[in-house]
Structure formats: structure tokens, C-alpha cells
Design a protein around this ligand. Structure first.
Ligand SMILES: Cc1cc2nc3c(=O)[nH]c(=O)nc-3n(C[C@H](O)[C@H](O)[C@H](O)COP(=O)(O)O)c2cc1C
Length: 213
């Protein structure tokens, strides 16, 4: 299946049939998410994987009772890091030096500019908004990878983040939930959206050939 076929095949399944996504396939989707680009390469978020049915049932209550939460195979929770500071920068520099076999000293200028960047947010909210934007790039990458693997993936913002964070004890871990992704397989009998035509703005509305004001 080509990438375009996969993107036409995918849709945000509302009902899933409970079948399990194989671990190797899940790993591929998670690896794809980790390969998403991020600002400065800082990846200021974690992806929590929840498979336990009892926990997913409780999560469903904080997620507008959406059936995908309990009918999926695995629920991914994209959670931003509430703090991003110089320690993360130094870790990233060490990781970069090790991955590329270079002396961290060679990255000193870059390290200093990253320190300035993470210290430059005017408020914690601005920093967290920035982190959330990075998490959404990973979400999109996971959605595409899931389609390529013929796994249904349902993104969800329809949940109560403070309730979710309290339920999972995320604040204590320095995390804050921003978006969910249910992975599983569509229930074509119960999902009224299964097989329906895609609805997108026409190309001329979406793509603007800009030639100046
Ligand atoms: C960030 C985001 C949040 C979404 N939240 C929900 C949600 O909470 N519940 C839901 O049923 N669909 C949700 N959707 C699915 C969209 O409604 C769906 O992607 C859109 O209607 C386009 O349809 P398609 O993805 O099936 O092609 C969300 C999609 C995105 C990208």
C-alpha cells in the first residue's frame, strides 16, 4: 500500500473491535513517533502507553465516555514535560555527542544557544504551549505510521486534562496530558463512519498559490 493509499484508508475510528495490535507493530508506530522532528530536537514530551483494560475504563470516564478508549488495543497519551530547562539541554548535548562520536566541547556554542532558548519563554504557559506543538508533530507522525501499518488510530482531544493528570498522577512526574491516540482495529459493523467518504476542503481552498499581497 502506498503512502497516499494509507492516508485515504485511515480515518478517526469511533468504534474499535478490541483486537490487539502486535507488539512489533506497536513498536514501529512508537519508533515513528520518536523520529518526528522537534524544536531544537528537545522532544519535550513523553508518550505513555496504556494497555490495562481496567485503567482504560477509568480513563474513559475522563474522556467524555468515548468508546475507543476501552475498545482500542493500546491507548497512547501524549504528555508534555511541564519543565524544560538547562538540565534537559545538557542531557541532549551529551546524547548528541555520544550518538555522533564527537567531543561535547565542539557543541559548546550550540549548548549555550539552547540554554538561552529554553530560558527565553516569557511564561510557563508559553513554554508548555511550545511543548504541546512539538507533541502534536509526533501525534501526526504516529497517525501516519499507524495507517502505513494498517492500524486504526483515533486522535482525541475530547478529554478533561486535569482529571486525566490527577487519575494518572502525572503532575508528580512533571507531565501534563495534551492529546490521546487510541490504536486498534475499526469495528465496521458498529462504526457509522467506517467506509464513509473523506471530507476535506477542495485543493483551491487549502493550497494558496501566493504571489504577494
Ligand atoms: C487533535 C485532534 C483531536 C481530535 N479529537 C477527537 C475526539 O476527541 N473525538 C473524536 O471522535 N474525534 C476526534 N478527532 C478526530 C477528528 O474529528 C477527525 O480527524 C476529523 O473529523 C477528520 O476525519 P478523519 O480523521 O476521519 O479523516 C480529533 C482529531 C485531531 C487531529
Amino acid at each position: 500500500m502506498s503512502l497516499m493509499e494509507a492516508l485515504h484508508w485511515r480515518y478517526a475510528a469511533k468504534r474499535m473491535n478490541g483486537a490487539e495490535v502486535p507488539q512489533a507493530t506497536l513498536d514501529t508506530i512508537l519508533e515513528a513517533a520518536s523520529l518526528a522532528p522537534s524544536s531544537y530536537g528537545l522532544q519535550p514530551y513523553s508518550v505513555l502507553v496504556v494497555q490495562d483494560p481496567t485503567l482504560r475504563e477509568r480513563i474513559r470516564h475522563a474522556a467524555c465516555n468515548q468508546p475507543q478508549v476501552s475498545e482500542c488495543s493500546h491507548l497512547l497519551i501524549f504528555a508534555i514535560w511541564t519543565e524544560v530547562d538547562g538540565r534537559h539541554v545538557d542531557e541532549l548535548i551529551a546524547l548528541t555527542a555520544a550518538a555522533r562520536g564527537i567531543d561535547p566541547e565542539e557543541l559548546e556554542g550550540y549548548r549555550q544557544s539552547l540554554h538561552a532558548a529554553v530560558a527565553g519563554f516569557t511564561t510557563p504557559e508559553a513554554r508548555q504551549q511550545w511543548a504541546a506543538r512539538q507533541a502534536y508533530i509526533a501525534l501526526g507522525t504516529a497517525l501516519t505510521a499507524a495507517a502505513a501499518e494498517r492500524v486504526d488510530a483515533s486522535p482525541m482531544e475530547g478529554f478533561d486534562p486535569p482529571a486525566m493528570d490527577a487519575l494518572l498522577g502525572l503532575e508528580e512526574q512533571g507531565l501534563r496530558s495534551v492529546v490521546l491516540l487510541a490504536l486498534g482495529y475499526r469495528d465496521t459493523q458498529q462504526d457509522r463512519l467506517a467506509g464513509q467518504a473523506k471530507v476535506r476542503w477542495p485543493r483551491e481552498r487549502f493550497v494558496v498559490e501566493w504571489s504577494g499581497a
